[in-house]
Write a protein that binds this ligand. Structure first.
Ligand SMILES: CC(C)(COP(=O)(O)OP(=O)(O)OC[C@H]1O[C@@H](n2cnc3c(N)ncnc32)[C@H](O)[C@@H]1OP(=O)(O)O)[C@@H](O)C(=O)NCCC(=O)NCCS
Length: 336
């Protein structure tokens, strides 16, 4: 049975059952990824940025004898932001290819259509059944990135310490656990906004104006995701010349996520990219002693970034794709 589901009021047993399904999905599709923990799972599933909405449904098996609620075997949510709905469908491996994924996609697509949105986007992990699933539903591939993973046990820490100091004169590098200091928020947002015009878009969320940046940091904290930032400031102008962001999620704290790394155009060529990324890893080593891996996503065309990542020891892991579809077409195809 598929029903609308609110993670804010869900019972602990429902959350635990959903976590079991998520971990069964990971074990089947991404066996190298660390299993998730239940820490802040409710907040992770319910907290959103101001102006955004997430609507969720679950598929629950029939109650067992004695009325014990059945396990949650499927889950779908759609995040409504801007003019698009971002979809995520999960089906337990034991009940796949029975049409449940299609049922979950249908209920979400109908709602997105009723809410007046025109397109649906989804992140699809290369080499998993999701590729054939979304292609069968008429989604097309719009963008591809490569995910790379750094195993911290293989890092040459003394080489890294040298890299961290290799920044040109006239710049100051600083570590900011929790987020950029308040007096640098405006300069930080300017650096992000400027590079947005130059580089091709990436899948990670990004914030370009000071208020959105503050909201985004607050949302991360509420969802149990701890941001760490290293930034390089230009001594003469006080501007933020470069920044790198890593988030350690309470749900999988042994593997951190690299978010944006940006070096503003006029400050390129001074070793900032290498130095800030190396400094970040050195700092994380003491700030998050249980961390064992960092994962990052890069556009395949971004050769400079891929080169620096390879020097740091990142190994390409999988394709990570963005697919999209017109909502009306999807609803029609699924029988809406
Ligand atoms: C993708 C997913 C939702 C599909 O769920 P499902 O219930 O098996 O999908 P359905 O049974 O509704 O399949 C619908 C159609 O998709 C296609 N499809 C789905 N899985 C397929 C597969 N493994 N190979 C080929 N085609 C497939 C088929 O055309 C299928 O129709 P058919 O069975 O009549 O041939 C499920 O595999 C899943 O949860 N994957 C993980 C998704 C994810 O987000 N992971 C993130 C962390 S890895």
């Amino acid at each position: 049975m598929v029903r609308e589901w609110d993670p804010r009021t869900a019972s602990p047993a429902e959350l635990a059952s959903l976590l079991d399904t998520l971990n069964a999905v990971l074990a089947a599709d991404l066996p190298q990824d660390p299993p998730w923990r239940g820490t802040h799972l409710r907040e992770y599933l319910s907290e959103v940025m101001p102006g955004e909405r997430r609507i969720s449904w679950v598929a629950q098996a029939d109650p067992a004898a004695g009325g014990v609620p059945g396990p949650i075997l499927g889950h779908v949510h759609v995040l409504l932001l801007g003019d698009i709905g971002v979809l995520e469908v999960l089906v337990h491996p034991s009940v796949r290819r029975t049409g449940l994924g299609r049922d979950l996609a249908r209920v979400a697509a109908r709602r997105v259509y009723q809410e007046g949105f025109q397109s649906i986007g989804v992140e699809v992990v290369g080499g998993t059944p999701a590729v054939a699933f979304y292609e069968a539903l008429g989604f097309s591939r719009e963008y591809v990135e490569t995910r790379s993973v750094l195993d911290l046990s293989g890092v040459d820490w003394s080489a890294l310490a040298e890299m961290a100091t290799g920044v040109g004169a006239g710049y100051r590098v600083q570590f900011c656990p929790g987020g950029p200091p308040d007096d640098l928020i405006e300069a930080y947002a300017r650096a992000k906004a400027e590079v947005r015009d130059v580089d091709d878009g990436e899948l990670r969320p990004s914030s370009y104006d000071p208020q959105r940046l503050r909201d985004s940091l607050a949302t991360l904290h509420r969802r149990g995701m701890k941001p760490y930032i290293v930034l390089a400031t230009h001594d003469r102008t006080g501007e933020v010349a470069g920044l790198t962001e890593v988030v350690v999620p309470a749900q999988h704290p042994t593997r951190a996520d690299q978010y944006d790394t940006i070096v503003v155009q006029e400050h390129r060529g001074y070793g900032i990219d290498r130095a800030i990324k190396a400094r970040m890893l050195l700092e994380l080593r003491s700030a998050e002693p249980t961390l064992t891996e960092v994962q990052t996503w890069n556009a395949q065309a971004n050769e400079a970034m891929l080169k620096v990542n390879a020097e740091l020891g990142y190994r390409p892991d999988r394709e990570w794709c963005e697919y999209g579809v017109d909502v009306a077409e999807l609803v029609h195809r699924l029988g809406g």
